[in-house]
Design a protein. Structure first.
Length: 104
């Protein structure tokens, strides 16, 4: 359940940052393409959509690394309350909330 809250929190933060980036890049593109004909509108639109495309790319990279780490390497995603990593002979190290102390 904690993982859902962490993902939801970072989705909101990412959306806010992407909106701020879209406003900034769109405004900069509008200023820089002031005297340009109709193709300037496409540049402004692309500049506004770029932060959201980066946010989508970040989501895809996170899902890919999550599938690789959990499915193939049997390690934790890297976010949430607990972390686990395999050790030889069937053991694993597990840490809860802090990485200073863990259990085998």
């Amino acid at each position: 359940m904690g993982l859902i809250f962490v993902l939801f929190f970072w989705a909101i933060v990412g959306g806010v940052l992407a909106a701020l980036g879209a406003a900034t890049l769109g405004g900069a593109a509008a200023i820089l393409t002031r005297g340009v004909s109709t193709s300037g509108r496409q540049v402004i639109r692309a500049a506004r959509l770029f932060p959201f495309a980066c946010l989508g790319w970040l989501g895809l990279v996170f899902v890919f690394q999550a599938v690789v780490n959990e499915g193939f390497l049997h390690r934790d995603l890297g976010i949430g309350d607990t972390w686990h990593a395999p050790l030889p002979n069937g053991y694993q190290v597990m840490m809860i909330d802090v990485t200073n102390s863990g259990t085998v």
